[in-house]
Each structure stands twice: as structure tokens, then as C-alpha cells.
Design a protein around this ligand. Structure first.
Ligand code: SF4
Length: 609
């Protein structure tokens, strides 16, 4: 392949046969789908969309992009792409830290894993080689102990460990991969697929070896321009000044609660009132913050490491007290104890479970308890933190009621005889934005290709006015224009996820910055219009995969609670989410027929020849 930036080396691992083959990337695919998310989905399509997610035939892709591990800011992201055992869609889930950069420095653009090992294994990646090694000593261990084990075996220097915990081993449908102890590729159950293959960890040992740009002369100004945008004090990314840098993502907790856009107690309310303050980024900074870790090549340092100072979990240090998990295991469950929130998130990381998803079956159980639907199953009241800690363990080990909850929110709500209690789209739980108070999130959740998700189209950037330099600000309570807005964000993010840059780069950079960096690194012409066109192609490729996997007309929807039960809280009082109006606008902008991509669109975008 003639493109710069890439190692042009993908490891194809077959765990059934115990073999590893090394192949280049088809140049046509790299040009059309970029890398990471886009390229991973292209490999998934090649593997067949009808595959059973938990069969050896499913493919599990660990992917980099052409900017990964380079000098580009926020370029330490890895995409894990597979067919989801939670949703049945194609899914990609990204984590930060250093593993993605190290994978690139070890000489790889990606590792594709197929088959099933006869006994637990891990992959040891170094110096252009991937080795399949015995993992029996760490099978049954949590993520933290697994990471410690490999650090002792291989030394901490230049080492990254991506691992599953007991939840992945026990095939919890929303189990995830966790990188370096706390950085989860959370959504979609990618860790469950790892467990089904008896793959415990990817261990990468690689010293820094940054790839050089194909066009060095163009790279310098492109890099400088992107960096200035991140540093600009008008943007929330501004180091030690902007809200994202100072408080982390949890800067949102008070904001969304005040505007009636914080789903609370399984979305029966849209604000957590004074409880929001007690689990907010501001409160964390004042009481338990001890450090601001970062990822490869990122001056923002939005990670917030905390230490619990009192109570039953005194002394616990963890670095992922972020907005989404703090919401899911906090406001969503009526829990305003910040120490308990930290403990619960850390448990999810150790067991290897998506902390966003874990809060869903728990809050359903709490609502079922309140309404008297538990059918003799005991019950759990809102905010019972000790009960939640025990329940998280039961889910990870599939014990008792935890065995039902391990199959996800839909299965849990059905078990209690009330499927309407599941706040899901395509089987995945909604994240921390109530679409009655932030309407763009309603259409974004409904049309997300991986089930309910805030990261496919981060419309709150425009609804809260945190786009680069505050250039775009729209009314959060208006629905008009949100269908088109969602398409633009979906296409833009599909491109940046394929580079693979951190999603938060979009608070400072736009299509022009992405185009300039991609163009200089890879050595091909690319404009801002090309960025959106390529993003559109990737988004349609995913939708095509899902259509072939069985998601036909009518599969874009929202739970009725959001469209039929008006908000009762200040900020969004009286509002529902006008999904049907936004869907009509969105499908017109996409050129889709009720959620299905027509063949003419696939040909227009070059997905079909
Ligand atoms: S903004 Fe935060 S998550 Fe993104 S690369 Fe920087 S430290 Fe990592």
C-alpha cells in the first residue's frame, strides 16, 4: 500500500488453529474507510453480518487509525470492533491511554481475532510479532490483578495491558475490555466476545517510535493549527482553564440536571435536584480529586483520579469518575454518595463491565421494587449503595437475579413482566442525556448504529454551545433542524473515530483541522467536504451491515417514556421528545427509506461497485 501513516500490517489471529498471519491493508479500503472504526467495520462486513456474536466465527478487531501514536494531539485511541452480543448490531468501542499508540509502535494497524482457543490465552505483541500465549494463570482474575500480573512478568516500562475481567469470562452481555486498569472500551459487549473466544488479554510491549508524516512540510502547520485550537482559552479543552480540563467530563452533571436533561431514577425524572451537586465534577474536585492523568499526546488531561477519604472504601484510588458512569450508578439509581459512585465504577472496571450499561438493570430493579413488580425477588430501593455493590458482583458472576441482569436491560425488564421499564434502543441502555431536555439526543439515540449512544452524534456540543469557539449554538428544547444536525455530527465523528482521535477533539477542532492532519500524515488530498463525505460513507456502511444483520424498517425508535411522558422538572417541564418529526427530517437528509439504505445510496457512496 502506498499510503503514509500506516504500518500496513494487520495481524490475523485464528485462535482455533493457533495461527497468526500478517497481511497488508487493501489500499482501496484504507482510502474509503480510513482506519480504526471505518476499516474495522469493513472487515466485519467481509466476515458476514449474519454471524452469531458469540460463535467462534465472529471477528474481534483491535484497530488503530493513521494518526494513532503520532505527534497528533489526542491520538491515543483504540477502536474495538465486533458484532455485539448485546444489540446484534456492528459495534465499535474506543479507549484511551497508551495501548493504541503502543500497538502502532509495535508495528501494527490492527489485530483481527477469529475462532476460539481450546484453553485461555492472551496475545503478546512486540517487534512486529503477535504471539499466542497461555493465560491460565490469570483466568478467573479481575482486570486489576491481571494488569498487575503482566506488569510483574514483563516490567511496567513501555507496557500496555488490555484485559477482560470475570464478567467477560462469564459472558455478561455488556462485558468490556479495560485498558491499563481504568480505560474502558465500554459499550456493546466487546469483552463478552473476548470471553467467548477464551481470550483474556492483549499485552503490548513497545518503546516510543512515532510514525512520521508522509508530507512533513504540510504536517507542521496542520499540527500547530490543531494544537492552537485545543489550547485556545475560549474552548473547554484549554489546559487547566477549560471546564473539560479542570473538572473532567463530570462538569456536565450540574448543567444537565439544571436544564431538566439528566435522566434520573430510570428516567422517571429529568433532574436529580441537590443530589446532582453531590456527585458533580465540582464536588469531586473539592473533596476527593488527587490527580489529573492524561492519554498519549494530550495536553487536556480530562481524566480525574480520586481517592476515597472515609467510610467502608477508604483508601480506594481510581481514575475513571466520569460523567456517564457517575450518572448511571448515581442519579440513574437515586444514589448521591460520591464515594459509593467511585467504588461502583471501580468494581465495574475490575470485573470488566460497561459502567453505563450496568446501571440500567439495577435501576429497572429499583423501579420494579417501587412499583411492586418484583414477584418475590426481594427488591432494592433507590440509593441502596451496599445493595448495589453486592448486585454488581452478582451480575459479574451471574448469581441469582444477577444472572438475569447479566443479559441486559431488556431481559431484566421482561423478567419483571414490564418491558416498558427498559430505557434502551436496540437493546443498549441510553446514556446520561434525557431527550426531553436535549432533543438532539433523541434522534441521535434512535438512529445510532450501535444502539443508544451519545458518542455517535454529540449534539449537546451545539445544544450547550461547546463547539469550537462556540461557533454553533442551538436551542436544546427545539426539535426542528436536529435531524440534519445529527447527520452532520454522525458523519464528522465517524471520520474522527476512524483516524482515531479522541471524541473530545471535536470541542476544539473541526473538519478542516481533521482534513489537514489526515492529508499531511497519509499524503493524499483531503478537504473538509471530503471528511464529511467519507464519514457519511462509513455511517452508511455500518447501517448497511445492520440492515443485512436483520435491522429493517422501523428499527430506529425511543422508549415510550421519552416520547409520551412529559418532563415534570424545571428546565424541560412539559416537554416530550418529538421523535417522529425528527426522524422524517433525518431520513430525508440521509436518503434512507425508514432506516434502510437503498442500493442507489450504497453505489453513490462507493460502498457497492
Ligand atoms: S481529552 Fe481526556 S480522554 Fe481525550 S485524549 Fe485527552 S485525556 Fe484522554
Amino acid at each position: 500500500m502506498a499510503l503514509g501513516g500506516f504500518a500496513n500490517r494487520i495481524a490475523h489471529v485464528n485462535l482455533t488453529a493457533g495461527t497468526v498471519e500478517y497481511r497488508g491493508i487493501p489500499e482501496d479500503w484504507a482510502r474509503k474507510y480510513i482506519g480504526a472504526r471505518g476499516l474495522g467495520v469493513r472487515y466485519m462486513l467481509e466476515n458476514g453480518p449474519r454471524v452469531d456474536p458469540l460463535s467462534p466465527d465472529n471477528l474481534l478487531c483491535f484497530m488503530n487509525g493513521p494518526l494513532t501514536g503520532t505527534e497528533a494531539n489526542m491520538s491515543g485511541r483504540m477502536a474495538i470492533v465486533t458484532k455485539s452480543p448485546l444489540t446484534g448490531t456492528v459495534t465499535d468501542s474506543h479507549h484511551g491511554g497508551w495501548s493504541a499508540a503502543r500497538l502502532r509502535w509495535a508495528g501494527f494497524d490492527g489485530i483481527l481475532v477469529k475462532g476460539k482457543a481450546s484453553a485461555p490465552v492472551y496475545l503478546y505483541v512486540h517487534d512486529d510479532i503477535v504471539e499466542i500465549r497461555d493465560a491460565s494463570e490469570v483466568w478467573g482474575k479481575g482486570v486489576h490483578e491481571t494488569v498487575r500480573f503482566f506488569r510483574e512478568r514483563y516490567g511496567e516500562k513501555d507496557l500496555s495491558v488490555i484485559a477482560i475481567g470475570q464478567a467477560g469470562e462469564n459472558l455478561v452481555r455488556f462485558a468490556c475490555w479495560v485498558n491499563e486498569d481504568d480505560r474502558a472500551s465500554g459499550r456493546g459487549g466487546t469483552g463478552c466476545v473476548g470471553g467467548s473466544k477464551l481470550l483474556k488479554a492483549i499485552v503490548i510491549k513497545a518503546p516510543k517510535k512515532m510514525p512520521k508524516a508522509a508530507n512533513l512540510e504540510a504536517w507542521k502547520p496542520a499540527h500547530k493549527r490543531a494544537l492552537s485550537a485545543i489550547m485556545d482559552e475560549r474552548n473547554i479543552t484549554s489546559p487547566r482553564k477549560g471546564g473539560l480540563s479542570v473538572y473532567g467530563t463530570n462538569v456536565l452533571m450540574n448543567i444537565t440536571s439544571t436544564m431538566g436533561a439528566l435522566p434520573t431514577k430510570n428516567s422517571t425524572l429529568t433532574s436529580f435536584g441537590p443530589g446532582a451537586e453531590k456527585i458533580s465534577g465540582e464536588y469531586v474536585k473539592e473533596h476527593i480529586l488527587v490527580d489529573d492523568p492524561t492519554c498519549h499526546a494530550c495536553p487536556v488531561a480530562c481524566k480525574k483520579e480520586v481517592e476515597i477519604k472515609e467510610g467502608p472504601w477508604k483508601g480506594l484510588r481510581m481514575e475513571s469518575l466520569e460523567y456517564e458512569p457517575a450518572w448511571s450508578l448515581g442519579a440513574n439509581c437515586g444514589n448521591d454518595d460520591v464515594n459509593a459512585v467511585a467504588k461502583l465504577i471501580d468494581l465495574c472496571n475490575d470485573y470488566g463491565m460497561d459502567a453505563i450499561e450496568t446501571g440500567h438493570p439495577i435501576s429497572i430493579y429499583m423501579e420494579a421494587t417501587e412499583r411492586g413488580y418484583t414477584n418475590g425477588d426481594g427488591g432494592l430501593v433507590w440509593g441502596d449503595t451496599m445493595g448495589m455493590v453486592e448486585l454488581v458482583r452478582k451480575i459479574a458472576f451471574r448469581e441469582g437475579i444477577g444472572n438475569v441482569m447479566a443479559n441486559g436491560a431488556d431481559a431484566t425488564a421482561k423478567y419483571f413482566g414490564h418491558p416498558e421499564l427498559a430505557m434502551t434502543v436496540k437493546g443498549q441502555g441510553v446514556p446520561a442525556y434525557d431527550p426531553r431536555g436535549l432533543k438532539g439526543m433523541g434522534i441521535a439515540y434512535a438512529t445510532s448504529n450501535r444502539g443508544a449512544c451519545h458518542l455517535r452524534a454529540y449534539t449537546p456540543a451545539a445544544e450547550l454551545g461547546v463547539t469550537p469557539l462556540g461557533a454553533l449554538k442551538v436551542d436544546p428544547l427545539a426539535w426542528k433542524g436536529k435531524g440534519e444536525l445529527t447527520k452532520i455530527f454522525q458523519d464528522l465523528h465517524a471520520f474522527s473515530d476512524s483516524l482515531d482521535l479522541c471524541k473530545f477533539s471535536a470541542f476544539a477542532e473541526g473538519a478542516e483541522e481533521y482534513a489537514a492532519q489526515y492529508s499531511a500524515m497519509v499524503g493524499v488530498e483531503c478537504t473538509a467536504e471530503d471528511v464529511l463525505k467519507i464519514g457519511e460513507r462509513i455511517y452508511n456502511l455500518e447501517r448497511y451491515y445492520n440492515n443485512l444483520a436483520g435491522f429493517g424498517p422501523g428499527s430506529d425508535y425511543l422508549p415510550a417514556r421519552f416520547t409520551q411522558e412529559p418532563s415534570t422538572m424545571p428546565g424541560s417541564q412539559g416537554h416530550v421528545c418529538e421523535l417522529d418529526d425528527m426522524l422524517a427530517e433525518y431520513y430525508a437528509a440521509r436518503g434512507w427509506e425508514n432506516g434502510v439504505v437503498p442500493e442507489s445510496k450504497l453505489r453513490e457512496l462507493g460502498i457497492l461497485d
